[in-house]
Design a protein around this ligand. Structure first.
Ligand code: SF4
Length: 238
């Protein structure tokens, strides 16, 4: 399907302004505490339906008890479930963690792979998690598409697609490979702080002059942009 009209120009403006608003590399912007690809993979699996803050409270004890994929593969499931209980869906997450660790041991000599095709073969690892690993842990191109990235991209008409893989394909044509990971995190931050699902705060959005979905009246948009820059993002973590 053809890209929406003007998408390339809106994407350039979006990349530029969000980079000013939410500065840093993908690694610097990532809110999940980790020291290596294995720890990031564990934290990302635990982050499903859970806040980053809660994950960061739980992971230190998981990492100290199971410092390598081999240690995790040999974990007692009931002990692991107890450790990760507060992140929710703990039985399914424990199963994913144990399966992931066993597969990393068996198929990749205990090293987390960096190729997306290999990552998505691991239990509990989908394309979104694989792209988080690639961009944050390995500094490789990867554009994770979650609900925020999809919603904000559609409102900005960078894509018309609903399917996350198709959204990723569209965004890959608009965002250069080295920027993709940071761009994704910036869109997530913007979706959480400004362009929220229920009520987008267009009046203080730095993209309101270029966004086709803006609720700011056309005559007021330049002023709204200035106000948006002055106000910056809402306080509070991503
Ligand atoms: S102008 Fe409104 S709809 Fe568009 S990106 Fe900003 S908050 Fe979202």
């Amino acid at each position: 399907m053809a890209r929406p009209r003007g998408a390339r120009r809106r994407a350039e403006t979006t990349r530029d302004r969000l980079a000013r608003l939410y500065g840093g590399t993908a690694r610097e912007l990532c809110a999940l505490d980790h020291a290596n690809p294995y720890e990031l993979l564990v934290a990302t699996i635990l982050s499903a339906q859970c806040t980053d803050e809660m994950v960061n409270k739980v992971t230190p004890s998981v990492f100290s008890r199971y410092p390598t994929p081999g240690d995790l593969a040999r974990a007692d499931p009931s002990v692991l479930e107890e450790l990760i209980h507060s992140t929710g869906f703990f039985r399914q997450k424990a199963k994913s963690l144990l399966g992931m660790a066993a597969a990393v041991e068996e198929s990749f000599d205990g090293e987390i792979p960096s190729a997306l095709d290999d990552l998505v073969k691991l239990p509990g690892v989908g394309r979104k998690t694989g792209n988080v690993l690639r961009s944050v842990a390995f500094d490789l191109p990867g554009l994770p598409v979650d609900t925020h990235v999809g919603r904000v991209s559609r409102r900005l008409r960078l894509t018309d697609q609903d399917d996350p893989v198709k959204v990723e394909v569209d965004l890959d044509t608009l965002v250069p490979p080295p920027e993709r990971g940071a761009f994704s995190i910036r869109m997530i931050l913007h979706g959480r702080r400004v362009c929220t699902a229920r009520r987008p705060a267009c009046e203080r959005c730095v993209l309101s002059d270029v966004c086709p979905s803006s609720t700011v009246p056309a005559a007021q948009r330049p002023a709204a942009v200035e106000a948006g820059w002055a106000a910056g993002p809402e306080p509070g973590g991503p």
